[in-house]
Design a protein around this ligand. Structure first.
Ligand SMILES: *Cc1c(COP(=O)(O)O)cnc(C)c1O
Length: 504
């Protein structure tokens, strides 16, 4: 069900991208695989991919897994305890773990020291500092850090290595950034005073990039590697239906199951055999659109625009209560007003992802109808967050994003095809031509992303000396009216969008 190997490749790529953006080397940032609530088998899969650092939050469950894995010869794993520490669990933690990241009271430090078996090396500890703006998060107050570190320094069997912090659980990236930046500042201060003070553990699946931007050197990742956790007595309170099981639904589904339980998802479509892949991941499947929508709180409208009118009318005529449901449509050119006219509700969101969303590198445009509440907006963004960058706006913005980012990949491919054709015309082997162009485009994008404070035109000028070879080429682009061609290209895509809008 979970593809650990692929997930790890993706997460290492995300770390790489974040490091590139932050101008840091990837070797500075360590991956801690958070395997709490997950079975031993998945830990072994991650181990087989070379991972050696695992994080756990529940002392009893973790100790069983650790001992079992040790008995099977997995002796070179470094085990990190990252959960809240109850006093009656310190003995288990001291006996089984290598690093404890969640020390937030002196009494816990003292107990861990007293209970650390003599035959084990000193237990490494991080002080967990409460940096979040939420009330009930664990971690000590900033004012208590000195006292806790003093205690740790007196403990022979403990060694202090740094700080751990958890950002507020919010989509407000600026707030999280402030929190991380603050902990980094504290870390830099203490680092000057203590040798061995070298771990700054910040960042989880949803705020990894932000954490790396602000100096984290250890990210603790669970969901993106092992999938969403299903707690026995905690199920999601929302049921989600997908009408249609095509490419874009598949892409959105893959994003949603990273943070929601598959059993709360149902996909319906006319051909049940095409839906088997959703079932294999634990979702429900059906050929009955009405029944699927009836039981859901959120209904994704994932059919082609030409078919959507029929589906909407079917829903309306079924007599089921649509007033409390949130509808999310991905039909291009199908306006909110056209949907609301049939469904008689304004609780509708339009989204427009582009195809790189399949790799988590998409741009997703989002526009809301008048009755969509803030909570639904947050939920929608959370569901799509693994597909790429969400950009909110009105329907006009959505159309423009459609032309620039939705069609954009095809324009970029066309440009790449032309470069490849020319390389081949001048004697390069096709396979080499493709490699060359791939790397040139990829490298140029990295240059742009890594130099956020430099205008792209400045980067262009840096490769263009007057009268030189690039200059000669660019002059031809100007003579060929490149800018005008792009103006016409985008305009034509937009015009076509407006024509579609008139159809529905
Ligand atoms: C569970 C947990 C994580 C992992 O969170 P994901 O969102 O699943 O990546 C990281 N840090 C702590 C302290 C945790 O409890």
């Amino acid at each position: 069900m979970n593809n650990i190997k692929e997930n790890l490749q993706t997460i290492h790529q995300s770390i790489q991208t974040a490091c590139d953006k932050a101008n840091r080397s990837k070797t500075e940032v360590h991956l801690l695989c958070v395997s709490k609530t997950k079975p031993e088998g998945l830990i072994k899969e991650a181990y087989a991919q070379g991972e050696r650092h695992f994080g756990e939050s529940y002392a009893v469950e973790a100790s069983e897994k650790i001992q079992s894995l040790k008995a099977q010869g997995y002796n070179d794993i470094t085990w990190h305890f990252i959960g809240p520490i109850q006093k009656n669990k310190t003995k288990l933690i001291a006996a089984n773990f290598d690093i404890v990241e969640s020390v937030d009271r002196s009494i816990v430090a003292t107990r861990l020291n007293d209970q650390r078996p003599d035959d084990l090396p000193p237990l490494e500890v991080l002080v967990q500092v409460n940096i979040s703006h939420e009330d009930q998060k664990s971690g000590c107050d900033e004012s208590e850090i000195d006292e806790i570190i003093d205690t740790i320094l007196q403990c022979k069997k403990l060694k202090v290595r740094g700080f751990m912090g958890i950002g507020t659980d919010t989509l407000d990236k600026d707030l999280i950034a402030q929190e991380f930046a603050h902990l980094k500042e504290l870390f830099d201060n203490y680092k000057q005073k203590f040798t061995n003070f070298d771990i700054l553990s910040m960042g989880m699946t949803h705020d990894l990039e932000n954490a790396i931007m602000h100096g984290s050197n250890e990210v603790r990742i669970g969901t993106a590697i092992f999938g969403a956790r299903e707690y026995k007595n905690k199920t999601m309170d929302k049921k989600i239906a997908f009408i249609g099981g095509g490419n874009m639904v598949t892409c959105i589904f893959e994003s949603i199951i990273k943070s929601f339980a598959a059993k709360d998802l149902t996909v319906s479509g006319p051909h049940i055999e095409k839906l088997e892949k959703f079932k294999a991941q634990g979702a429900n499947i059906s050929t009955d659109n009405i029944e699927t929508a009836k039981n859901a709180d959120i209904v994704f409208l994932g059919v082609k625009p030409q078919i959507l009118t029929g589906v909407l009318e079917e829903l309306k005529n079924s007599g089921i209560d649509l007033s409390k449901k949130l509808f999310i449509s991905m039909a291009a050119g199908y306006k909110l007003s056209s949907i609301s006219r049939i469904l008689d509700t304004h609780n509708i969101i339009r989204i427009m992802p582009n195809t790189p969303a399949k790799l988590g590198l998409g741009v997703i445009a989002i526009a809301y109808d008048s009755a969509v509440e803030d909570e639904s907006k947050e939920l929608c963004k959370k569901m799509l967050s693994f597909m790429g960058e969400c950009i909110e706006g009105d329907e006009n913005t959505l159309n423009v994003i459609g032309a620039v980012c939705g069609c954009g990949p095809a324009f970029v491919y066309r440009f790449m095809e032309a470069l490849i054709t020319e390389a081949i015309r001048h004697g390069i082997k096709p396979a080499d031509a493709r490699k060359m162009v791939e790397q040139t485009v990829f490298g140029s994008v990295q240059m742009v992303m890594k130099n956020q404070n430099t205008e792209i035109s400045q980067l262009r000028e840096a490769v263009t000396s007057k009268g030189g070879t690039t200059f000669a080429g660019l002059t031809k682009m100007t003579e060929g009216n490149f800018e005008k061609t792009m103006t016409n290209t985008i305009q034509a895509s937009l015009d076509r969008t407006y024509e579609f809008e008139k159809l529905f």
